[in-house]
Write a protein that binds this ligand. Structure first.
Ligand code: ADP
Length: 453
């Protein structure tokens, strides 16, 4: 049990965690960089402590400072949010060794799932379907690499075992490119993630990204909370997410959801987590597990009514999940648009001070944002500034409500991608639903071509 939680994050997710803590009567500690002393959750927290200058490498990523902040303030638990140290097994181990509670799975579970090769092996053992591939690290000798690739088949994708954030991947179309691509990806993986191990997968040509949200407690209970379709991506970064996934049969979702629950129990997973799948020709292929709360968790909250962050806190306190699987059903449809501080068409990051901020309202609309007039947007952190979530009885109603909400939303002082969202919501592919992970990139390059001609 604990009654004081340190929030080891910033921005919208820190505010989200603060809200969940308060709804459970918990005390909160905010840690902040010099650039963030005026953030909303810092002002609202019961206590707050500065942990360093603006760059994350000198503040939010410094494990010892966060542990020290917990000791100084008497916080007994740490919520990592997403990004930063949320999937860092060393950090979680240090928390465990300091007899504090990490609000998330054990360091061992994070280490297993953080390495994509061991994660896939654990999933195969638990009966979860994976993208066919090397089933382990790519071998060392050239002849073995060639042999391994022939079995996988072309096109294939070489991926870093320690990769994340859409980096450390390379598509290989023919054998002549293979050895060079393996060497390059190993070098890049070593430089970016300190781990040169790579593996191979068949490259799926036009899949959708469909993921399953799970929650598990310390008493052997695990549940799945439906799915999210996150196929609207640019450069492997999600832009719009929705639940349920349009046009995917409930039977096949049900089967995969149950397999995820089984896998959680098999690996002794505790907390919130997401199993990410590629979905092609009515088949699911596991690609990775995220061992933390995700940016897109609100769409699941809107269709299930479950407060995922509050459940994370309950489970970490040793309480059982407050809901059982038979109480989970999806009601209506929810869509989330990620509003980034960037030019809607060139995608160049935008900075400045918020001169006006007017969030939308109305039935089914939810806003997650740390913005306020006077907020200074800098280049130090992620460009996500707000999430707009629209819920409706049907997908069409959710889209219409989202359109109205975006037309009301005012963020002045720097550029945002609101116009891009407004355009995407009108494209026939989005309106129809079920487009694959490449459709947005195709749309954008066609759009650019049209404007040049
Ligand atoms: P990361 O951890 O870096 O996000 P993922 O394994 O989740 O890496 O893959 C990110 C994205 O890369 C996927 O959403 C998909 O767009 C693409 N991708 C990954 N593996 C494959 C594959 N085998 N075939 C086709 N696309 C893939």
């Amino acid at each position: 049990m604990f009654d004081k939680v340190l929030i080891a994050n910033r921005g919208e997710v820190a505010l989200r965690i603060w809200r969940a803590c308060k709804s459970l009567g918990l005390q909160t500690v905010a840690v902040y960089s010099e650039a963030d002393r005026d953030l909303r959750h810092v002002k609202l927290a019961d206590s707050s402590i500065c942990i360093g200058p603006a760059p994350a490498s000198k503040s939010y990523l410094l494990q010892e400072r966060i542990l020290l902040a917990a000791q100084l303030t008497g916080a007994q638990a740490i919520h990592p949010g997403y990004g930063f140290l949320s999937e860092n097994a060393h950090f979680v181990k240090a928390i465990e060794e300091a007899d504090l509670t990490f609000i998330g799975p054990s360091s061992a579970a994070i280490a297993c799932m953080g390495d994509k090769v061991s994660a896939k092996q654990a999933m195969i053992a638990a009966g979860v379907p994976c993208v066919p591939g090397s089933e382990g690290a790519v071998p060392e000798s050239e002849s073995e690499i060639l042999e391994c690739a022939r079995k996988v088949g072309y096109p294939l994708i070489i991926k870093a075992a320690g990769g994340g954030g859409g980096r450390g991947m390379r598509v290989v179309n023919a054998e002549s490119e293979l050895l060079g691509a393996v060497t390059l990806t190993r070098e890049e993986a070593n430089a970016a993630f300190g781990n040169p191990v790579v593996y191979m997968e068949r490259f799926l040509q036009a899949p959708r990204h469909v993921e399953i949200q799970i929650l598990a407690d310390q008493h052997g209970n695990a549940i799945w909370l439906g799915e999210r379709d996150c196929s609207t991506q640019r450069r492997h970064q999600k832009l719009i997410e929705e639940s349920p996934a349009p046009g995917v049969s409930r039977d096949s979702i049900e089967r995969i959801g149950q397999l995820c629950v089984k896998a959680c129990l098999a690996i002794g997973y505790v907390g919130a987590g997401t199993f990410e799948f590629l979905y092609e020709n009515e088949a699911f292929f596991f690609i990775e597990m995220n061992t933390r709360v995700q940016v897109e968790h609100p769409v699941t909250e809107m269709v299930t009514g479950v407060d995922i962050v509050a459940e994370q806190l309950r489970v970490a306190m040793g309480l059982p999940l407050s809901i059982t699987q038979d109480k989970i059903s999806l009601s209506g449809h929810a869509i989330e648009c990620r509003i980034n501080a960037e030019n809607a068409w060139t995608f160049s990051p935008s900075a400045g001070t918020v001169s006006d901020w007017l969030p939308p309202g109305g039935p089914g609309i939810r806003i997650e944002s740390h913005l306020r007039p006077g907020y200074r947007m800098t280049s130090h952190y992620d460009s996500l500034i707000a999430k707009v979530i629209a819920h409706g009885a049907t997908r069409q109603q959710a889209i219409e409500r989202m359109k109205v909400a975006l037309s009301e939303l005012i963020i002045a002082g720097f550029d945002s991608n609101i116009p891009l969202h407004q355009e995407i919501l009108k494209t026939p592919q989005f309106v129809q639903g079920g487009a694959n992970i490449h459709y947005l990139e195709h749309y954008l390059s066609e759009r650019e071509g049209n404007q040049m001609s």
